[in-house]
Design a protein around this ligand. Structure first.
Ligand SMILES: CC(C)(COP(=O)(O)OP(=O)(O)OC[C@H]1O[C@@H](n2cnc3c(N)ncnc32)[C@H](O)[C@@H]1OP(=O)(O)O)[C@@H](O)C(=O)NCCC(=O)NCCS
Length: 165
């Protein structure tokens, strides 16, 4: 398996991945809206390629914590037939490492609290990062990176297209 940056030719494959992984169009449409927005960070849109086929996709986009730059992670999707073989983990490790190399301070996501701690995520509330919806609880998670200094505290805001999800 290869993990690499998304290229223009990958868009139909990443669309198909999100529709199949989530069983609906919303995440595909979210990625399209993010790609068209100023929050899109091409260096942090990664695909997993296996046997010449794109089987997984993850993206981080520009978000803010109390007005300071942060990253919002998502969506992450793997083709159902390729799940539970390490593709999602490879994408997560790669995108966190890429974000760290770019001196981003923190990656934030809404996701399963059984899955993301293995990649260093912890409840965002423990870092003083507040979710847009208080009901998100421990599903709202954050991964501090090398340049994190604890000053990113307060309300978290995803890129605008997330508000239309
Ligand atoms: C979540 C997802 C990206 C994981 O990808 P993957 O390639 O199957 O992940 P990996 O093979 O690296 O890891 C599999 C592990 O993730 C766990 N896992 C997968 N989905 C999970 C979930 N919804 N809740 C908790 N754990 C989950 C598996 O139980 C497995 O755990 P184990 O290693 O302890 O056996 C993939 O299942 C997917 O695309 N799901 C549908 C879309 C989705 O829910 N995306 C995430 C939104 S938060």
């Amino acid at each position: 398996m290869l993990v690499r940056r998304e290229e223009a030719a990958d868009v139909p494959a990443t669309d198909a991945i999100h529709v199949a992984a989530f069983g609906r169009d919303a995440e595909k449409d979210l990625v399209a809206a993010l790609r068209a927005s100023s929050a899109w960070l091409p260096r942090l849109s990664l695909v997993a390629e296996d046997g010449g086929r794109v089987v997984g996709h993850v993206v981080c986009t520009r978000a803010h914590v109390a007005g300071r730059p942060a990253l919002g992670l998502g969506p992450l999707g793997v083709l159902p037939a390729r799940q539970k073989r390490g593709v999602g983990s490879a994408l997560m490790h790669a995108v966190v490492a890429a974000a760290d190399a770019l001196d981003e301070p923190v990656v934030v996501l809404l996701g399963h609290s059984d899955y993301y701690p293995r990649f260093g995520f912890r409840p965002a509330a423990s870092l003083g990062i507040e979710p847009p919806d208080p009901l998100w609880g421990n599903h709202f998670q954050a991964r501090p990176l090398s340049t994190y200094d604890g000053s990113a505290r307060g309300p978290f805001a995803y890129a605008q297209p997330f508000n239309e999800l």
